[in-house]
Design a protein around this ligand. Structure first.
Ligand SMILES: [Zn+2]
Length: 288
């Protein structure tokens, strides 16, 4: 974990800006404590991810907190993914519990104690907001993926995140009037959500690749009943995470097509045509 911190640790330029602003305005302790809390929070995510054998690409401190960039092969279970997401906020709970004992440190007074308590609570609550890419948003995304196909769930969480961000910004402006640091954070999150929206096709291709390479059995089997003139890309847009898909073609008396096999053949360019009906008479695609 220590070596990981040194090799994968990054600080976003905007985080430096907020630290510099803190120092310039004589709030050095606030900046240092925020840095420490965010770092511990991100280490929580990274430690849980390493525990599950995921690859930690980088841990970056951002103006609103931080992000542990992980590669979890795109198709892990709901239980593992939610554990990695919750490990961050859990570290804030741990910090709240050990907080009272920090007064035993020689350089730690009641002023630092109060800053620590307030910032830890603020970071915990802010991270639990149901907006991407905060932990609350990621958790909601995970729940949405249980009820909606992969691509649709991605669109829903990002649209919902924009709405939450606008409402939360309005609430903050109403409660605390203008705050330059909050405007920086809100603009930053808007850009992150927009970039994520544009990256949906890329995530979708990664999802299909992970699905075609999956070796473990999926958590659920989902049956799809579709017309033969349905385009294959439309069929794939109906696919869920952690699921096996059985596709029944209306008007056909044959058994179902296996979704994973369809994806593999499509990615390898083995399909005779772009429509589902084109795959109808290929016995190799069917279950025995
Ligand atoms: Zn987090």
């Amino acid at each position: 974990m220590i070596s990981l911190l040194f090799t994968k640790f990054r600080i976003h330029p905007l985080f430096w800006l907020i630290i510099a602003a803190g120092m310039a305005t004589g709030h050095l302790w606030e900046a240092a404590i925020a840095f420490f809390i965010v770092l511990i929070h991100e280490c929580g995510h990274a430690a849980m991810a390493l525990h599950f054998g995921w690859i930690v690409k980088k841990i970056e401190l951002l103006p609103f907190g931080g992000v542990a960039e992980l590669d979890e092969n795109g198709d892990d279970s709901f239980r593992r993914e939610s554990a990695v997401i919750l490990a961050g906020p859990l570290m804030n709970v741990v910090l709240a519990l050990i907080g009272p004992f920090l007064v035993l440190l020689p350089f730690w007074g009641t002023a630092q104690q109060e800053i620590f308590r307030n910032q830890n609570l603020a970071i915990l609550l802010f991270n639990l907001l149901p907006a991407w890419p905060l932990d609350g948003g990621r958790l909601l995304h995970l729940v949405l993926q249980q009820f909606y196909p992969f691509r649709q769930a991605y669109r829903y969480i990002l649209i919902f995140s924009w709405v939450v961000l606008i409402l939360f910004s309005a609430l903050m402006l109403w409660l605390f009037s203008f705050s330059a640091s909050f405007v920086v954070v809100a603009l930053f999150l808007t850009v992150v959500i927009f970039k994520e929206w544009r990256a949906i096709p890329l995530h979708f291709i990664r999802f299909l690749l992970a699905l075609s390479r999956r070796t473990h059995p999926a958590a659920r089997i989902r049956n799809l009943y579709l017309r033969p003139e349905t385009r294959l890309v439309t069929v794939f847009s109906m696919f869920y995470r952690n699921s096996e898909h059985h596709i029944f073609i209306t008007g056909s008396r044959d058994g179902p097509l296996e979704g994973r096999r369809l994806v593999t053949d499509y990615l390898l360019g083995r399909h005779p045509g772009p429509l589902l009906g084109d795959c109808r008479d290929r016995p190799a695609d069917r279950f025995i």
